[in-house]
Design a protein around this ligand. Structure first.
Ligand SMILES: *Cc1c(COP(=O)(O)O)cnc(C)c1O
Length: 251
């Protein structure tokens, strides 16, 4: 086999693998919706492609996916550059990882939604970045923002505490460059995911009373999406169950 033939065979094998995983995952989400008595369209799948190459994103695009979750600014910018060479209209990038303020300006160029906003400083930096990107014609819509909520009210682990949600929500909603869109949570490994999602569901009900537009609830990953869907998740962020195991990297 020539190297070109080997490349084509490799791409075909990866396409078959991702296609099979995707079908299985969509069936799993649908079954979870059925169990929870929810309409299947009420939950979206956000494939998490961090650490996987742009070629995988291109395959998933071919398979009909348009939204992708990433966690690192530089890695995402590089993938977007690669994909720009092809034809991928309508693609939407979600920033789901911990975000440093000095990366906010760049993220505001490419992100459709940021799931991981947990401080006023970050809200201000993203608003300024989105304003610059809007003025430069790099984006046409306000940046959607989800507030990442602490799973256990321990701010050391990231995420806003329950008491901080109303203030940060008001601040976000007041920025014309941003659109307050909902809440996000990541249950730490040592917590009971079901209890975390139940608590978030209650916080979400409170938020919706003041901000009915903040409908998104980003909850659920490969290991706990059924529980998240039971508690009202509108978007599940799935990496491993779709892409396979991530390469081990040192931070
Ligand atoms: C990596 C990541 C995921 C995906 O996790 P899996 O367990 O691989 O499905 C979801 N959410 C966030 C914030 C992540 O960083």
């Amino acid at each position: 086999m020539s190297s070109a033939e080997a490349r084509i065979a490799g791409a075909a094998a990866r396409t078959a693998e991702l296609s099979g995983n995707l079908s299985g995952l969509l069936a799993r989400i649908e079954a979870a919706c059925r169990m929870a008595g929810r309409a299947p369209e009420s939950v979206r799948l956000l494939p998490v492609t961090k650490f996987f190459p742009a070629s995988d994103v291109a395959i998933l695009y071919q398979l009909g996916r348009r939204e992708f979750g990433e966690s690192r600014e530089q890695e995402t910018a590089a993938k977007i550059e690669v994909l720009r060479a092809g034809d991928h209209p309508g693609i939407r990038w979600h920033m789901i990882g911990r975000l440093q303020r000095n990366k906010a300006r760049n993220v505001a160029r490419w992100a459709h939604t940021v799931h991981s906003v947990d401080s006023e400083r970050l809200v201000n930096a993203l608003a300024a970045g989105a304003r610059a990107a809007l003025d430069a014609g790099e984006r046409t819509e306000p940046l959607r923002v989800l507030l990442q909520v602490s799973a256990d009210d321990d701010p050391a682990r990231g995420g806003v505490t329950a008491a901080e949600i109303p203030g940060l929500a008001a601040k976000t909603a007041a920025a014309p460059e941003l659109r307050l869109s909902g809440l996000m949570v990541i249950p730490p490994l040592d917590t009971e995911a079901d209890a975390v999602f139940a608590r978030l569901a209650a916080l979400r009900t409170r938020l919706l009373a003041d901000h009915p537009e903040a409908e998104e609830f980003s909850a659920g990953m490969s290991g706990d999406l059924e529980s998240a869907i039971e508690h009202g998740s509108t978007v599940v962020r799935v990496g491993t169950a779709l892409m396979g195991a991530r390469p081990i990297i040192s931070a």
